[in-house]
Design a protein around this ligand. Structure first.
Ligand code: PEP
Length: 265
């Protein structure tokens, strides 16, 4: 089952509108020939409008970093699916570990945001992953299973098949400590087996699972070369056009594509 590689850059709380536009203007020609991967950038809310404009008529897609579960109302500081959709957003990251760690995100709120994203016609990127303490105490699989069961509760198999999951071991995010490709593959395979248990083999074969956690141009090929790794969710290396473009091309190579500057395969 061929799953299209998807590489998404999570800019976090970085890049003003003008900085975001400059990044995208530099990125577009570097990835213009890439057809074997979806390329997504996820700017902060205030940068989204300008970046959507800058990405028009290119193969760079735009995602948001969060979404509220209500359509509108008294939720100071939040943003709805309708607002994101009208702004031209296609993808939305849900349940990033920084949201879980610093802003009280739970599997229940992940589930509510996921339902809102789907209702608004946005494509969710649902993040799961264990902390160092959970890994070291042998609880990785139990933690991931709970995140999948509770975070994805209520999805039907056909919708589940369209999902993008991001497996991000929390201990690897922004630390320079990447899971080895073999270690990441073992966990991705577990995630896919669990997904199959929840939604059936067909949905599990179709859903894409990105790896996230200190993925860079020089380890992207080996990581995406693993059979259950379908791309990456990228933090630090997405903040510069050249490092992000190199990473995208190496990810394509890992998936068996060409990854050269010119042919796009
Ligand atoms: C992330 O924040 O999702 C992430 C993977 O960050 P980094 O690539 O910097 O580890």
């Amino acid at each position: 089952m061929a799953r299209k590689v998807i590489v998404a850059g999570n800019w976090k709380m970085n890049k003003t509108a003008s900085e975001g536009v400059a990044l995208v203007r530099a990125l577009k020609p570097l990835v213009a020939d890439v057809t074997a991967a979806e390329v997504v950038v996820c700017p902060p809310f205030t940068t989204i409008g300008a970046v959507v404009e800058a990405c028009r008529n290119s193969n760079v897609k735009v995602g948001a970093q969060n979404i509220h579960w209500a359509e509108s109302g008294a939720f100071t500081g939040e943003i709805s699916g309708t607002m994101l959709k009208e702004a031209g957003v296609e993808y939305v990251i849900i349940g990033h570990s920084e949201r879980r760690q610093y802003f009280g995100e739970t599997d229940a709120t992940v589930n509510a945001r996921l339902m809102a994203a789907l209702k608004a016609g946005l494509k969710p990127i649902v993040c799961i992953g264990e902390t160092l303490e959970e890994r070291e105490s042998g609880r990785t699989e139990a933690v991931l299973e709970t995140q999948l069961k509770d975070g994805l509760k209520g999805l039907d198999a056909a919708t589940a098949a369209t999902l993008v999951l991001a497996y991000e071991p929390v201990w690897a995010i922004g630390t320079g400590k990447t899971a080895t490709p073999e270690m990441a593959q073992e966990t991705h395979a577990f995630i896919r087996r669990t997904f199959a248990m929840l939604f059936g083999a067909d949905a599990a074969a179709k859903a894409r699972i990105q790896y996230g956690g200190s993925m860079k141009a020089d380890n992207a090929e080996a990581l995406v070369g693993q059979s259950d790794i379908d791309g990456g969710l990228i933090g630090g290396a997405a903040l510069k056009a050249d490092s992000f473009a190199d990473l995208v091309k190496n990810a394509v190579k890992g998936a068996g594509g060409c990854g050269c500057c010119c042919c796009g395969r």
